[in-house]
Design a protein around this ligand. Structure first.
Ligand code: HEC
Length: 207
């Protein structure tokens, strides 16, 4: 009982003296400082150690951010070391890759170029006043190297915008492969068939 009373007394004293409501200049008691106070520079802070007086240092010359090393010019830019467009797709063709290309093509390109690549996408047939998208089924388009198609997708051409921001590099190559498939689908040649020749091989829809 005595213990209980003295405990109550202690609690009352603590409560009454604990919050006196006075202002104090002393820093609050910081029980676990961890690394709250340390020698370091804040962003944009001055540091006279360096000649330019800035604590924030630029990256060392030649620094490449993780995942941004682009030494493979064929894959990243569609060009060889000398800067010429590569003739062939640097990504190995698989059925999966083609399907990915078709899917991406139908998301990003069909609206203008049409599902068949004939330039008759809904934006064109709807007569919204857009510059006409060309068909892929013309000799000139069949003759361009794969690297050129990749470059058009990446950087755009004349009034067509580039799609580098929306379409990752591997997908751009998948679309390139799919455009080639579209071109062959409209321009079957006897020699282009794997095992057998179609009855009437030849170009009928070439423009
Ligand atoms: C908003 C409509 C639009 C979309 C979407 C679009 N294009 Fe185009 N594309 C055009 C137009 C318009 C041109 C012709 C530009 C010109 O001649 O000024 C063109 C031209 C091209 C050419 C021909 C380049 C040449 O040398 O003449 C290719 C190849 C091409 N586009 C591929 C693509 C691919 C692949 C996609 C999808 C990633 C795509 N385009 C998406 C409108 C579009």
């Amino acid at each position: 009982m005595i213990a209980m009373r003295s405990l109550t007394a202690v609690v009352v004293v603590v409560v009454l003296t604990g919050c006196r409501g006075d202002a104090s200049d002393a820093p609050p008691i910081h029980i676990n400082p961890n690394m709250d106070w340390q020698e370091r520079f804040d962003p944009q802070e001055r540091n006279d150690f360096f000649a330019d007086g800035r604590a924030m240092r630029p990256p060392v010359a030649g620094t490449v951010a993780r995942g941004f090393l682009r030494e493979d010019t064929a894959f990243h830019f569609g060009r060889d070391a000398a800067g010429a467009f590569v003739a062939a797709n640097p990504v190995g063709l698989t059925a999966e890759f083609m399907e990915r290309g078709q899917e991406r093509y139908e998301i990003f390109c069909s609206v203008c170029h049409g599902d068949a690549g004939d330039g008759k996408g809904i934006i064109m047939t709807g007569n919204y006043g857009y510059v006409p998208a060309p068909t892929y089924h013309a000799d000139a388009m069949r003759a361009v190297p794969d690297g050129y198609l990749f470059d058009v997708i990446s950087n755009g051409v004349r009034s067509m915008p580039g799609y580098a921001q929306q379409i990752p590099i591997a997908d751009r190559w998948a679309i390139t492969a799919y455009i080639r498939a579209l071109q062959r689908s409209q321009y079957a040649q006897g020699t282009g068939m794997a095992s057998s020749s179609p009855p009437s091989a030849g170009a009928s829809s070439a423009k």
